[in-house]
Design a protein around this ligand. Structure first.
Ligand code: GTR
Length: 421
Protein backbone atom coordinates (compact mmCIF):
# COMPACT_ATOMS: atom_id res chain seq x y z
CA UNK A 1 0.00 0.00 0.00
CA UNK A 2 1.15 3.48 -0.74
CA UNK A 3 1.80 5.99 1.93
CA UNK A 4 -0.56 8.85 1.22
CA UNK A 5 0.04 10.91 4.27
CA UNK A 6 -0.82 14.32 2.85
CA UNK A 7 -4.15 13.10 1.53
CA UNK A 8 -4.69 11.34 4.79
CA UNK A 9 -4.28 14.53 6.79
CA UNK A 10 -6.82 16.30 4.64
CA UNK A 11 -9.31 13.47 5.03
CA UNK A 12 -8.66 12.77 8.66
CA UNK A 13 -11.58 14.65 10.22
CA UNK A 14 -14.21 12.31 11.57
CA UNK A 15 -17.04 13.40 9.31
CA UNK A 16 -15.68 14.04 5.89
CA UNK A 17 -16.83 17.06 3.96
CA UNK A 18 -19.09 15.48 1.46
CA UNK A 19 -20.53 18.25 -0.63
CA UNK A 20 -18.80 17.22 -3.80
CA UNK A 21 -21.05 16.86 -6.83
CA UNK A 22 -20.48 13.17 -7.32
CA UNK A 23 -21.84 12.12 -3.92
CA UNK A 24 -25.37 10.76 -4.17
CA UNK A 25 -27.73 12.28 -1.63
CA UNK A 26 -30.85 11.93 -3.71
CA UNK A 27 -32.89 8.70 -3.61
CA UNK A 28 -33.84 9.23 -7.25
CA UNK A 29 -30.15 8.88 -8.19
CA UNK A 30 -29.59 5.59 -6.39
CA UNK A 31 -28.80 3.09 -9.17
CA UNK A 32 -30.92 -0.03 -9.54
CA UNK A 33 -29.28 -2.96 -7.76
CA UNK A 34 -30.00 -6.57 -6.88
CA UNK A 35 -28.87 -7.64 -3.45
CA UNK A 36 -27.14 -11.00 -3.26
CA UNK A 37 -29.35 -13.50 -1.44
CA UNK A 38 -27.95 -14.71 1.88
CA UNK A 39 -30.08 -17.83 1.52
CA UNK A 40 -28.67 -18.93 -1.81
CA UNK A 41 -25.31 -20.64 -2.23
CA UNK A 42 -22.83 -19.13 -4.66
CA UNK A 43 -23.80 -21.86 -7.14
CA UNK A 44 -27.41 -20.71 -6.95
CA UNK A 45 -28.76 -23.60 -4.86
CA UNK A 46 -31.23 -22.58 -2.15
CA UNK A 47 -30.37 -22.65 1.55
CA UNK A 48 -33.30 -24.59 2.96
CA UNK A 49 -32.40 -25.58 6.50
CA UNK A 50 -29.97 -25.17 9.37
CA UNK A 51 -27.47 -27.62 7.95
CA UNK A 52 -27.41 -25.69 4.68
CA UNK A 53 -27.01 -22.42 6.54
CA UNK A 54 -23.93 -23.69 8.39
CA UNK A 55 -22.27 -24.26 5.01
CA UNK A 56 -23.56 -21.04 3.50
CA UNK A 57 -22.28 -19.18 6.53
CA UNK A 58 -18.77 -20.46 5.83
CA UNK A 59 -19.10 -19.35 2.22
CA UNK A 60 -20.16 -15.84 3.26
CA UNK A 61 -17.47 -15.56 5.95
CA UNK A 62 -14.86 -16.43 3.32
CA UNK A 63 -16.22 -13.84 0.91
CA UNK A 64 -16.16 -11.08 3.50
CA UNK A 65 -12.67 -12.13 4.55
CA UNK A 66 -11.27 -12.47 1.02
CA UNK A 67 -13.00 -9.53 -0.65
CA UNK A 68 -13.75 -6.94 2.02
CA UNK A 69 -11.96 -6.91 5.38
CA UNK A 70 -9.12 -9.34 4.68
CA UNK A 71 -8.41 -12.65 6.29
CA UNK A 72 -7.33 -12.68 9.90
CA UNK A 73 -4.06 -14.60 9.83
CA UNK A 74 -3.80 -15.45 13.52
CA UNK A 75 -6.11 -16.17 16.43
CA UNK A 76 -4.96 -15.92 20.02
CA UNK A 77 -1.14 -15.63 20.06
CA UNK A 78 0.60 -18.27 22.11
CA UNK A 79 2.60 -15.72 24.07
CA UNK A 80 -0.45 -13.63 24.97
CA UNK A 81 -0.75 -12.84 28.66
CA UNK A 82 -2.86 -10.66 30.92
CA UNK A 83 -1.26 -8.27 33.36
CA UNK A 84 -3.64 -6.74 35.91
CA UNK A 85 -2.25 -3.27 36.63
CA UNK A 86 -4.84 -1.49 38.71
CA UNK A 87 -7.92 -2.18 40.81
CA UNK A 88 -9.83 0.53 42.65
CA UNK A 89 -12.97 -0.64 44.41
CA UNK A 90 -14.16 2.82 45.42
CA UNK A 91 -14.72 4.29 41.98
CA UNK A 92 -17.75 6.59 41.42
CA UNK A 93 -18.22 7.21 45.13
CA UNK A 94 -17.99 3.51 45.94
CA UNK A 95 -20.57 2.34 43.39
CA UNK A 96 -18.07 0.80 41.04
CA UNK A 97 -14.74 -0.92 40.65
CA UNK A 98 -12.22 0.27 38.11
CA UNK A 99 -9.67 -2.15 36.77
CA UNK A 100 -6.92 -1.86 34.19
CA UNK A 101 -5.51 -4.90 32.50
CA UNK A 102 -2.67 -4.91 30.01
CA UNK A 103 -3.02 -7.60 27.37
CA UNK A 104 0.44 -8.42 26.00
CA UNK A 105 0.56 -10.04 22.59
CA UNK A 106 4.14 -11.21 22.75
CA UNK A 107 6.77 -11.96 25.37
CA UNK A 108 8.16 -8.45 24.81
CA UNK A 109 7.36 -6.00 27.62
CA UNK A 110 7.36 -3.04 25.30
CA UNK A 111 4.59 -4.21 23.06
CA UNK A 112 2.45 -4.46 21.24
CA UNK A 113 -0.15 -4.52 23.98
CA UNK A 114 -3.67 -3.37 24.59
CA UNK A 115 -4.73 -1.56 27.75
CA UNK A 116 -8.20 -2.66 28.77
CA UNK A 117 -10.24 -0.44 31.08
CA UNK A 118 -12.99 -2.22 32.97
CA UNK A 119 -15.56 -0.42 35.12
CA UNK A 120 -18.04 -2.69 36.91
CA UNK A 121 -20.82 -2.03 39.38
CA UNK A 122 -20.02 -3.21 42.90
CA UNK A 123 -23.38 -4.95 43.13
CA UNK A 124 -22.92 -8.03 40.98
CA UNK A 125 -25.84 -10.42 40.44
CA UNK A 126 -25.19 -14.15 40.68
CA UNK A 127 -25.36 -14.55 36.92
CA UNK A 128 -22.66 -11.92 36.54
CA UNK A 129 -22.79 -8.44 35.09
CA UNK A 130 -23.85 -7.76 31.47
CA UNK A 131 -20.93 -6.00 29.82
CA UNK A 132 -20.40 -3.61 26.93
CA UNK A 133 -17.03 -4.21 25.32
CA UNK A 134 -16.18 -1.08 23.35
CA UNK A 135 -13.41 0.46 21.30
CA UNK A 136 -12.60 4.12 21.76
CA UNK A 137 -10.98 6.79 19.61
CA UNK A 138 -8.83 8.88 21.92
CA UNK A 139 -7.57 6.69 24.76
CA UNK A 140 -9.34 5.26 27.81
CA UNK A 141 -8.88 8.52 29.73
CA UNK A 142 -11.26 10.31 27.35
CA UNK A 143 -14.23 8.32 28.69
CA UNK A 144 -14.29 9.89 32.14
CA UNK A 145 -12.42 12.75 33.85
CA UNK A 146 -11.16 10.62 36.74
CA UNK A 147 -7.37 10.93 37.26
CA UNK A 148 -7.42 7.23 38.19
CA UNK A 149 -7.68 6.21 34.55
CA UNK A 150 -4.22 5.84 33.05
CA UNK A 151 -3.42 8.31 30.31
CA UNK A 152 -2.73 6.64 27.00
CA UNK A 153 0.87 7.09 25.87
CA UNK A 154 0.23 5.66 22.40
CA UNK A 155 0.13 7.62 19.14
CA UNK A 156 -3.31 9.18 18.83
CA UNK A 157 -4.99 10.69 15.83
CA UNK A 158 -5.97 14.31 16.13
CA UNK A 159 -8.23 16.73 14.36
CA UNK A 160 -7.35 20.40 14.09
CA UNK A 161 -9.93 20.96 16.85
CA UNK A 162 -8.24 18.44 19.18
CA UNK A 163 -4.92 20.22 18.73
CA UNK A 164 -6.45 23.65 19.23
CA UNK A 165 -8.19 22.54 22.41
CA UNK A 166 -4.94 21.05 23.67
CA UNK A 167 -6.31 17.49 23.84
CA UNK A 168 -3.46 16.16 21.73
CA UNK A 169 0.11 17.39 21.52
CA UNK A 170 2.62 15.86 19.08
CA UNK A 171 0.21 12.98 18.44
CA UNK A 172 0.03 12.09 22.16
CA UNK A 173 -2.96 12.56 24.45
CA UNK A 174 -2.60 15.27 27.08
CA UNK A 175 -3.94 15.48 30.64
CA UNK A 176 -6.53 17.84 29.23
CA UNK A 177 -8.04 15.01 27.23
CA UNK A 178 -9.39 13.37 30.39
CA UNK A 179 -13.14 13.09 30.04
CA UNK A 180 -13.10 14.84 26.66
CA UNK A 181 -15.39 12.19 25.12
CA UNK A 182 -17.68 12.00 28.16
CA UNK A 183 -20.78 12.93 26.17
CA UNK A 184 -20.39 9.64 24.32
CA UNK A 185 -19.73 7.54 27.41
CA UNK A 186 -22.38 7.78 30.13
CA UNK A 187 -20.27 5.75 32.56
CA UNK A 188 -22.38 6.41 35.64
CA UNK A 189 -25.63 5.69 33.82
CA UNK A 190 -24.24 2.33 32.70
CA UNK A 191 -23.19 1.46 36.24
CA UNK A 192 -26.58 2.55 37.63
CA UNK A 193 -28.24 0.33 35.01
CA UNK A 194 -26.29 -2.64 36.39
CA UNK A 195 -24.00 -3.00 33.39
CA UNK A 196 -20.22 -2.95 33.09
CA UNK A 197 -18.15 -1.01 30.58
CA UNK A 198 -14.95 -2.41 29.12
CA UNK A 199 -13.03 -0.28 26.66
CA UNK A 200 -9.73 -0.03 24.84
CA UNK A 201 -8.08 2.49 22.58
CA UNK A 202 -8.20 1.12 19.03
CA UNK A 203 -4.76 2.53 18.20
CA UNK A 204 -3.22 0.12 20.71
CA UNK A 205 -3.93 -2.54 18.10
CA UNK A 206 -3.19 -0.52 15.00
CA UNK A 207 -2.59 3.23 14.81
CA UNK A 208 -5.15 4.67 12.42
CA UNK A 209 -2.98 5.90 9.57
CA UNK A 210 -1.61 4.40 6.41
CA UNK A 211 1.98 3.50 7.22
CA UNK A 212 2.24 0.42 5.05
CA UNK A 213 1.48 -1.73 8.12
CA UNK A 214 4.81 -1.12 9.82
CA UNK A 215 3.37 -0.63 13.30
CA UNK A 216 0.77 -2.08 15.67
CA UNK A 217 0.09 -5.78 15.60
CA UNK A 218 0.83 -5.92 11.88
CA UNK A 219 4.46 -5.37 12.84
CA UNK A 220 4.30 -8.49 15.00
CA UNK A 221 2.53 -10.78 12.56
CA UNK A 222 4.00 -9.55 9.29
CA UNK A 223 2.91 -7.39 6.44
CA UNK A 224 -0.53 -8.42 5.21
CA UNK A 225 -1.01 -9.94 1.78
CA UNK A 226 -3.60 -8.25 -0.48
CA UNK A 227 -6.35 -10.51 0.84
CA UNK A 228 -5.33 -10.23 4.48
CA UNK A 229 -6.53 -7.95 7.24
CA UNK A 230 -6.37 -4.20 7.12
CA UNK A 231 -6.91 -2.05 10.19
CA UNK A 232 -10.61 -2.89 10.63
CA UNK A 233 -9.71 -6.59 10.66
CA UNK A 234 -6.97 -5.88 13.18
CA UNK A 235 -9.21 -3.82 15.46
CA UNK A 236 -11.83 -6.58 15.34
CA UNK A 237 -9.15 -9.09 16.28
CA UNK A 238 -8.24 -6.85 19.23
CA UNK A 239 -11.84 -6.96 20.40
CA UNK A 240 -11.68 -10.74 20.44
CA UNK A 241 -8.47 -10.65 22.47
CA UNK A 242 -10.18 -8.33 24.96
CA UNK A 243 -13.01 -10.86 25.05
CA UNK A 244 -10.41 -13.54 25.85
CA UNK A 245 -9.66 -11.57 28.97
CA UNK A 246 -13.31 -10.97 29.87
CA UNK A 247 -13.82 -14.73 29.75
CA UNK A 248 -11.42 -15.09 32.66
CA UNK A 249 -13.42 -12.70 34.85
CA UNK A 250 -16.01 -14.66 36.81
CA UNK A 251 -18.04 -11.56 37.66
CA UNK A 252 -18.95 -11.01 34.00
CA UNK A 253 -22.06 -12.60 32.56
CA UNK A 254 -20.50 -14.46 29.64
CA UNK A 255 -23.89 -14.82 27.97
CA UNK A 256 -24.38 -11.07 27.91
CA UNK A 257 -21.32 -9.43 26.42
CA UNK A 258 -22.08 -6.83 23.76
CA UNK A 259 -19.55 -5.46 21.30
CA UNK A 260 -20.09 -1.79 20.55
CA UNK A 261 -18.47 0.67 18.18
CA UNK A 262 -19.23 4.01 16.59
CA UNK A 263 -18.50 4.92 12.98
CA UNK A 264 -15.31 3.15 11.76
CA UNK A 265 -15.45 1.28 15.04
CA UNK A 266 -19.07 0.36 14.26
CA UNK A 267 -17.77 -1.29 11.09
CA UNK A 268 -15.25 -3.02 13.35
CA UNK A 269 -17.95 -4.16 15.80
CA UNK A 270 -19.94 -5.79 12.99
CA UNK A 271 -16.94 -7.65 11.60
CA UNK A 272 -15.87 -8.68 15.11
CA UNK A 273 -19.41 -9.81 15.87
CA UNK A 274 -19.65 -11.84 12.67
CA UNK A 275 -16.42 -13.67 13.46
CA UNK A 276 -16.63 -14.11 17.20
CA UNK A 277 -19.76 -15.84 18.47
CA UNK A 278 -18.98 -15.01 22.07
CA UNK A 279 -20.56 -11.59 21.45
CA UNK A 280 -24.24 -12.05 22.09
CA UNK A 281 -25.17 -8.51 21.08
CA UNK A 282 -23.49 -6.55 18.30
CA UNK A 283 -24.02 -2.80 18.18
CA UNK A 284 -23.27 -0.72 15.12
CA UNK A 285 -23.60 2.98 15.86
CA UNK A 286 -23.64 5.10 12.69
CA UNK A 287 -21.23 2.70 10.96
CA UNK A 288 -22.07 3.62 7.34
CA UNK A 289 -20.05 2.46 4.33
CA UNK A 290 -18.24 -0.82 4.96
CA UNK A 291 -20.37 -1.17 8.10
CA UNK A 292 -24.14 -1.51 8.20
CA UNK A 293 -24.92 0.51 5.04
CA UNK A 294 -25.58 -1.31 1.77
CA UNK A 295 -22.68 -0.63 -0.59
CA UNK A 296 -24.75 -1.22 -3.74
CA UNK A 297 -26.94 1.82 -3.08
CA UNK A 298 -23.90 4.05 -3.69
CA UNK A 299 -25.53 6.65 -1.40
CA UNK A 300 -23.26 8.97 0.61
CA UNK A 301 -19.81 7.51 1.16
CA UNK A 302 -18.88 4.95 -1.49
CA UNK A 303 -16.40 2.09 -1.72
CA UNK A 304 -13.98 3.99 -3.98
CA UNK A 305 -13.97 7.00 -1.71
CA UNK A 306 -13.42 5.03 1.50
CA UNK A 307 -10.62 2.97 -0.06
CA UNK A 308 -8.91 6.15 -1.24
CA UNK A 309 -9.31 8.15 1.94
CA UNK A 310 -8.49 5.21 4.21
CA UNK A 311 -6.40 2.76 2.17
CA UNK A 312 -5.42 0.85 5.30
CA UNK A 313 -8.89 -0.02 6.61
CA UNK A 314 -9.91 -2.86 4.30
CA UNK A 315 -8.09 -5.59 2.39
CA UNK A 316 -6.46 -4.43 -0.83
CA UNK A 317 -8.83 -6.77 -2.68
CA UNK A 318 -11.73 -4.48 -1.70
CA UNK A 319 -10.40 -1.84 -4.12
CA UNK A 320 -11.65 -4.06 -6.98
CA UNK A 321 -15.07 -2.64 -6.24
CA UNK A 322 -14.11 1.03 -6.37
CA UNK A 323 -16.72 2.71 -8.60
CA UNK A 324 -17.97 -0.81 -9.23
CA UNK A 325 -20.19 -1.76 -6.30
CA UNK A 326 -22.50 -3.78 -8.54
CA UNK A 327 -19.70 -6.34 -8.94
CA UNK A 328 -19.48 -7.02 -5.20
CA UNK A 329 -20.16 -10.68 -4.41
CA UNK A 330 -21.62 -9.69 -1.03
CA UNK A 331 -23.37 -6.73 0.53
CA UNK A 332 -23.63 -5.61 4.11
CA UNK A 333 -27.03 -7.19 4.91
CA UNK A 334 -25.16 -10.48 4.64
CA UNK A 335 -22.61 -9.31 7.20
CA UNK A 336 -25.49 -8.62 9.58
CA UNK A 337 -26.95 -12.05 8.74
CA UNK A 338 -23.66 -13.63 9.86
CA UNK A 339 -24.44 -12.41 13.38
CA UNK A 340 -27.71 -14.40 13.47
CA UNK A 341 -29.23 -15.75 15.62
CA UNK A 342 -27.49 -13.39 18.05
CA UNK A 343 -28.93 -9.94 18.62
CA UNK A 344 -27.81 -7.07 16.42
CA UNK A 345 -28.56 -3.37 16.84
CA UNK A 346 -28.12 -1.00 13.90
CA UNK A 347 -28.44 2.67 14.80
CA UNK A 348 -28.55 5.64 12.44
CA UNK A 349 -28.75 9.41 12.85
CA UNK A 350 -30.93 11.49 10.59
CA UNK A 351 -28.27 14.13 9.88
CA UNK A 352 -25.65 11.48 9.14
CA UNK A 353 -26.38 11.18 5.43
CA UNK A 354 -22.75 10.36 4.61
CA UNK A 355 -23.39 7.04 6.38
CA UNK A 356 -26.64 6.42 4.44
CA UNK A 357 -29.20 5.85 7.23
CA UNK A 358 -31.67 4.28 4.81
CA UNK A 359 -28.98 1.88 3.55
CA UNK A 360 -28.27 0.93 7.17
CA UNK A 361 -31.97 0.26 7.72
CA UNK A 362 -32.27 -1.80 4.53
CA UNK A 363 -29.28 -3.93 5.47
CA UNK A 364 -30.82 -4.70 8.87
CA UNK A 365 -34.11 -5.50 7.18
CA UNK A 366 -32.60 -7.72 4.50
CA UNK A 367 -30.75 -9.80 7.07
CA UNK A 368 -34.23 -10.87 8.19
CA UNK A 369 -34.63 -14.13 6.25
CA UNK A 370 -31.57 -15.62 7.95
CA UNK A 371 -32.87 -14.67 11.40
CA UNK A 372 -36.19 -16.27 10.52
CA UNK A 373 -34.51 -19.45 9.29
CA UNK A 374 -32.76 -19.63 12.67
CA UNK A 375 -36.04 -19.24 14.54
CA UNK A 376 -35.73 -15.55 15.39
CA UNK A 377 -37.74 -12.56 14.29
CA UNK A 378 -36.73 -10.38 11.38
CA UNK A 379 -36.67 -6.63 11.91
CA UNK A 380 -40.42 -6.41 11.43
CA UNK A 381 -40.58 -3.00 9.77
CA UNK A 382 -40.85 -2.35 6.07
CA UNK A 383 -40.07 1.33 6.26
CA UNK A 384 -37.69 3.27 8.45
CA UNK A 385 -39.43 3.95 11.78
CA UNK A 386 -40.27 7.38 13.14
CA UNK A 387 -37.36 9.32 14.55
CA UNK A 388 -36.31 8.23 18.05
CA UNK A 389 -38.31 5.06 18.14
CA UNK A 390 -36.60 1.71 18.34
CA UNK A 391 -37.98 -1.26 16.41
CA UNK A 392 -37.28 -4.99 16.42
CA UNK A 393 -36.22 -7.70 18.85
CA UNK A 394 -33.38 -9.85 17.56
CA UNK A 395 -32.64 -7.33 14.83
CA UNK A 396 -33.09 -3.83 16.19
CA UNK A 397 -32.93 -0.47 14.51
CA UNK A 398 -33.45 3.18 15.26
CA UNK A 399 -32.83 6.47 13.58
CA UNK A 400 -32.52 9.33 16.00
CA UNK A 401 -32.46 13.06 15.63
CA UNK A 402 -29.08 14.71 15.32
CA UNK A 403 -25.70 14.11 13.83
CA UNK A 404 -23.03 11.45 13.47
CA UNK A 405 -22.38 10.86 17.17
CA UNK A 406 -23.19 8.67 20.17
CA UNK A 407 -25.86 10.09 22.43
CA UNK A 408 -27.78 9.29 25.59
CA UNK A 409 -30.68 8.22 23.43
CA UNK A 410 -28.48 5.62 21.73
CA UNK A 411 -27.17 4.27 25.03
CA UNK A 412 -30.69 4.09 26.46
CA UNK A 413 -31.59 1.67 23.66
CA UNK A 414 -28.41 -0.37 24.03
CA UNK A 415 -29.03 -0.78 27.76
CA UNK A 416 -32.55 -1.99 27.02
CA UNK A 417 -31.18 -4.41 24.44
CA UNK A 418 -28.48 -5.95 26.66
CA UNK A 419 -30.94 -6.32 29.51
CA UNK A 420 -33.35 -8.16 27.27
CA UNK A 421 -30.83 -10.89 26.47
C1 GTR B 1 -15.34 9.20 8.09
C2 GTR B 1 -15.47 8.01 7.20
C3 GTR B 1 -16.59 7.15 7.67
C4 GTR B 1 -16.61 6.96 9.18
C5 GTR B 1 -16.05 8.14 9.96
C6 GTR B 1 -15.55 7.84 11.37
O1 GTR B 1 -14.39 10.09 7.67
O2 GTR B 1 -15.68 8.47 5.90
O3 GTR B 1 -16.57 5.94 6.99
O4 GTR B 1 -16.00 5.80 9.54
O5 GTR B 1 -14.99 8.71 9.34
O6 GTR B 1 -15.08 6.76 11.68
O7 GTR B 1 -15.57 8.77 12.17
Amino acid sequence: MLLRSSLFLVLMSSSLPSNSQDVIYDEAKVPPYTLPDPLRFEDGAPVANLEDWKKRRVELMDLFANQVYGKTPIGRPEAMRFEPRKKITTFLGGKATLEEIRIHFSAEEKGPFLDLLLIKPNQIPESGVPTFLTLNFGGNQTLHPSPEISLSTAWVRSSAGDIKEGLVLDSRATEKSRGSAISRWPVEKLIDAGTALASFYYGDIDPDFDDGFENGIHALFGKPKPDEWGSIGAWAWGASRAMDYLETDKTIDQKRVAIFGHSRLGKTALWAGAQDERFSLVISNNSGCGGAALSMRCFGERVGRINTAFPHWFADTFTRYNENEAALPVDQHQLIALIAPRMVYVASAVEDEWADPKGEFLAAKNAGPVYELLGKKALGADEQPELNSSVGESVRYHIRTGKHDVTDYDWGQYIRAIRSL
